[in-house]
Design a protein around this ligand. Sequence first.
Ligand code: NAI
Length: 459
Amino acid sequence: MTDTYTALVSRGWGRDVAKRLGLPQPVPLRRHDPAAPLLPGPALVIGEGASTEQLVSALEGWGVEVRRDAEAFAQSSRTEANGSGPRRLGAIVLMLDGVQHPRDLAGPVLAAGKALRSLAPCARVVTVSRRASVQDEPAVAAARQGVDGLLRSLAKELRAGATGNGVLLAEGVSADAPSVLGALRFLLSGRSAFVDGQFLTVGTAGGSLPADAERPLEGKVAVVTGAARGIGSSIARTLARDGARVVVVDVPAAGESLARVANDIHGTALQLDITKPDAGERILTHALSRHGGLDIVVHNAGITRDKLLANMDAARWDSVIAVNIAAQLQINEALLASDRFGEGARIISVASTSGIAGNRGQTNYAASKAGVIGMVRSTAARLASRGGTANAVAPGFIETEMTAKIPFATREIARRLNSLQQGGQPQDVAEAIAFLASDAAGGISGGVLRVCGQNMVGQ
Ligand code: NAI
């Protein structure tokens, strides 16, 4: 699925015309490239204290050149300027974990502001702060919650494919916990290209960092439903790229394309309608007999049957609920009842921004996708004792066959209505899922990660 407009305005005369007319100027995003460094330039780390030092040494361990002084960077980038222009920052990491009062935000935040003009295209701004809780003193809660508002606003001010996201630490989780470092690395990398204006909450000190950052799923067995095409096929390919052995599931009618995906990734195919009462057992039996285990389940299969509620019939309502949520509940029940699934397991469900903000004509779909968000919260609690996690990923506008069918004018508006002014790629959803499936995300559970380019609708 191509976005001709983005290609047109990202270079030459197209860029000049768009600039002069004040039209949206999306740029091609920086996506994962194993040959490229983690960042397109040095990282400016703003903050003090032991937790800042922990992050600095992690960044240096990842081969990132770290700068600590915004003013000094501005000066050195001017003197370093050679034929290719001044050096630009690949990221700003803003440590705000110690704020006790909203007044404490000014120093670090304004220092970050001064460095924003030095950001490279597709750079990253990442805040690291503590989650506000009801146990906090009011001033502490105000300061911590303040980070939410400032980060989401800052993300809307960034240009040229740069994004702003945050890592939230629960009480007792230190800045060098594996999932804090895992989340930070994901948010800095090209894997988070279409994640913007979002927070990843690290609730526990669990998780572990992979020995090989390019193969974080080595030795894992994953199942992906609805994998014959679209986002599901991309998820299957990405999990395989990251080292997992993958079972791809789809309806028998999609058998041919399903087999192609399975062959491409050296996985196995299971033709199955996920609404069948024995779907969970069949998935488990297949994974155990063909691969000897099951570690990761990605509930991706989904359908839409849009109608205004005034015109909605029972068939449309029921089919969407059956595929998008009831099947997931039933499969999870079957898996959790088995002692062959659960130890360190990962369940990741594909929700939708429609399930968060609502969407005209989608009462059935939004009920099912909001249901997914409720389901993972509750399932997370059940998996916690076995070291497992459950999370949802909520895509916004993604360039797929589904969205290609939207009439041109509506589609053009829908794909530009986010901070990155373009639709995401199936790959972007897949990367977020691959991260949540990894051991590094072991401390992240029960949440929703939006992959929507900071869509203007919803929170
Ligand atoms: P798609 O329609 O291209 O692919 C869905 C796949 O699920 C198909 O291969 C289909 O055969 C399979 N499937 C449907 N019912 C099934 C069943 N009963 N049993 C087994 N497989 C079944 O859809 P797309 O765009 O790739 O979406 C994937 C997921 O992402 C869905 O859950 C969708 O709701 C969600 N999503 C998509 C967005 C987009 O912009 N494309 C935005 C937000 C969420």
